[in-house]
Design a protein around this ligand. Sequence first.
Ligand SMILES: C[S@@+](CC[C@H](N)C(=O)[O-])C[C@H]1O[C@@H](n2cnc3c(N)ncnc32)[C@H](O)[C@@H]1O
Length: 273
Amino acid sequence: MDPRLQLRVQRYGWDRAATIYDRAWSRQLEPAQALLLELARLTEGEHVVETACGSGLVTARIGRAVGPEGRVVATDLSEGMLEEARELAAKEGLENITFQRRDAADLQLPAGDFDASLCCLGHMYVPDVPAAMREMGRVLRPGGRAVTAVWGERKRCGWAEIFPIVDSRVETEVCPLFFQLGTGDTLHREMAAAGFKDPEVRRVVTTLSYASDEEALEAAFAGGPVAMAYSRFDDDVRAEAHAEYLESIAPYRVAGGYRIPGEFVVGRGEWRP
Ligand SMILES: C[S@@+](CC[C@H](N)C(=O)[O-])C[C@H]1O[C@@H](n2cnc3c(N)ncnc32)[C@H](O)[C@@H]1O
């Protein structure tokens, strides 16, 4: 897929998803976000850069962890997501965070300036993962640490059929390499290749809970990476795609909704260029 097209699909898709994202995903992503922050071991006064900060769910926690003497630069490709993040930071009175619209592979920040570089569930969407990993390192001081969380193995993510269901109805795939980083030892290899020493990688089994068909459909279609493609479906195509997706998650139906298995992979490495 043409990298520029992938960036546009992501940027404008997440703009569309922005106001739905927290309702659809904040509870479901908590285990990945919590482990990312645990591995980051942030302390007061530190300088932190965040890539793909989205609506600011992790950003606000970083801002509180580093305190008023600390500094956070939060970046994302989507202005819509950044708007949500700015609002959250303002609501929480966090004045130590600045927001910038940036591609993960080109943060446009000085080299060696940060103690920690974090990215929660962003690297599955970037066209050039090695460049984005190197960029996380480039901005760190020697000994600084990077932590990134991605979705795990396709076969352990019960909602994975969303991609072929959408891709079969559009001209170009939405997230061609979505599960690549979470497969086998790929995340470890990518971090090591980017210059991180002895990366530590952990897998977390999780469950996505939805109370109804409507909740499961909103999260999968309107609240995430396929939102751009979905916005162009007419009513008939939407109905067909909904029915196929519900059939794909039917094995996980329980009394009162769905409990769909998932997996996150979180990697941490020290920058030793
Ligand atoms: C699943 S959300 C994660 C948001 C947030 N980190 C969280 O944990 O809730 C993915 C985010 O990646 C961003 N994104 C996608 N491609 C990107 C790129 N190439 N560079 C920077 N951000 C990107 C999207 O705009 C979206 O906000």
